[in-house]
Design a protein around this ligand. Sequence first.
Ligand SMILES: Cc1cc2nc3c(=O)[nH]c(=O)nc-3n(C[C@H](O)[C@H](O)[C@H](O)COP(=O)(O)OP(=O)(O)OC[C@H]3O[C@@H](n4cnc5c(N)ncnc54)[C@H](O)[C@@H]3O)c2cc1C
Length: 388
Amino acid sequence: MQRVDIAVVGGGIVGLATAYALKGAKPGASVVVLEKESRVGTHQSSHNSGVLHAGVYYPPGSAKADLCRRGKSMMERFCADHAIPVDQNGKLVIASSEAELGRFEALVERARANGVAGLAVLDANQLREVEPHAVGIRALHSPTTAVVDFGLVCDTLAAGLDVRTGVSVTSLDEAGGRVRLETTGGELEASGAVVCAGLWSERLAARSGCSTDVRIVPFRGSWIALRPAGAALVRGNIYPVPDPAFPFLGVHFTRRIDGAVWAGPNAVVSLSQPALLARAAAFGGSWQLAAAHYRTGAVEVWTERNTRALLRGMRRYVPELREEDVAWETRPFGVRAQAVDRRGRMVDDFVLGEAGRVVHVLNTPSPAATASLAIGESLAAVIAAAVP
Ligand SMILES: Cc1cc2nc3c(=O)[nH]c(=O)nc-3n(C[C@H](O)[C@H](O)[C@H](O)COP(=O)(O)OP(=O)(O)OC[C@H]3O[C@@H](n4cnc5c(N)ncnc54)[C@H](O)[C@@H]3O)c2cc1C
């Protein structure tokens, strides 16, 4: 049996960032990353909007608020040091009706409480100086919001680490001050382990005898690409005012690091993970979630297939968009791992697990890619303290 000091399960951006931070926190320790796919970062970490969030949305004092702010500046430094392109193309959160102004003001207050740099509240004319083809009655401008290729960040992190791809961990067992990992590549023994398995995090925790109070529900988010004439109408990132009852940000425009402009992502329950859905279905919270959100869910499913409704949604912010400006056939997607609790609430904040020889990371939704280096730093500190 092979022995290492620390095993990190999952070669997404959070697992890789944790292993990267462990090199500093435990110099000389052997750290191995086990990834079930044939390369790193193939799930959420490379199928996202690529936005380096400035920290506008999150409740002040939450883990998200703190780790997003710290993680963004760590990520910008990492990218500068490794020649990874970052485009600080800014973002507008646009209120398009009087009815949204209450939520808009609350968002402005929250963003200010979070200390987000360079914020400005713009009126209908001022917002057009930032985005000449956008409309709305008021907008919050966050000029420090940026975009990056998180997949490239994963590859760069992995280059300096001991990563074993094509190795799936089937269970972890802690006994006698050691952790035994069963994997498809044989057994491994470690002094400690951090499990950052995204969609599979809760299932792996349960298989390892660790009971949790959440289940992971997979939510697919798909985007629609704009053709060049449509993309020319969007300079940076344009978002709606978020609905606080729903943890996703609503359909928005993102000018990606390669210059492409995508609209989306939406949020519909993904049917491509039957094992995860079966686990979620056996959990009371999932049914409460379905009961609370069935209307929103039905509208999302209907809208996804309805070109007119999609175009109407996009034109609310960019009215000059024409049907021929949208590449309807291009629908990239990613699947979010969203934890749901027993009462059917989507868990909003990060859940980074309890201290011990095995740390199960249970909820790392957006902005965890932005925050990954700060999350990795805190997970590394937790496991370094638990493992002498
Ligand atoms: C549609 C969408 C848009 C998003 N937009 C943004 C954004 O703009 N900005 C932002 O900051 N965040 C965004 N996010 C969120 C961000 O992508 C995630 O928070 C982040 O990638 C989570 O990283 P992770 O490492 O926890 O998970 P993942 O990237 O899912 O990695 C988990 C890894 O664990 C591996 N694994 C699982 N089980 C095992 C096992 N048993 N053995 C070995 N390996 C295993 C998987 O193969 C996978 O590689 C978005 C997410 C989605 C889906």
